[in-house]
Design a protein around this ligand. Sequence first.
Ligand SMILES: [Cu+2]
Length: 174
Amino acid sequence: MAIFSPERVWWKPLGREERLWVTVSAVWCFFMFFMLIGWYFLGAQNLPTKTMRITPAQFQTLTDAFVQANKVGEEAGIPIVHVPAGGDAYLIAKQWQWTPILELEVGKTYTLHLSSLDVQHGFSVQPINLNLQIFPGYDFIVTVTPNRTGEYGLICNEFCSIGHHLMTGKIIVK
Ligand SMILES: [Cu+2]
């Protein structure tokens, strides 16, 4: 009985096709990885954002003042607010509505403040599919310049309990 040392090459070397597949998938992995970083700069899809602490009560107060100063109408009990060009707009997310309805002008830059009064909500602008997470306790500040007129639907895309599917809103660009 003897103990033999194993052969130096104990595995089967990769065949030509296997080597090709490993190379292709490795190249693809690296491509995807670097695109992830590259797209941050190339994609032009990352909104300039800033986040500040705010209590729901403070945000409600700011929004009330904003609505009172700029209200131009009402739709199904939700105020329609014309945001002064270049001004600040406040939008509340709460179970289960977005309020107020914002009226913006095309080509003007606005500072949009978003916050929730209760739980986490998903701010989703349709049909452009712009998505942000909205939390209570934080004022999420976004700079936007609408480049197309029309009515944009808002939906909530973060499940926020029983009436989630009814949580819709609107932004009007004139
Ligand atoms: Cu929801």
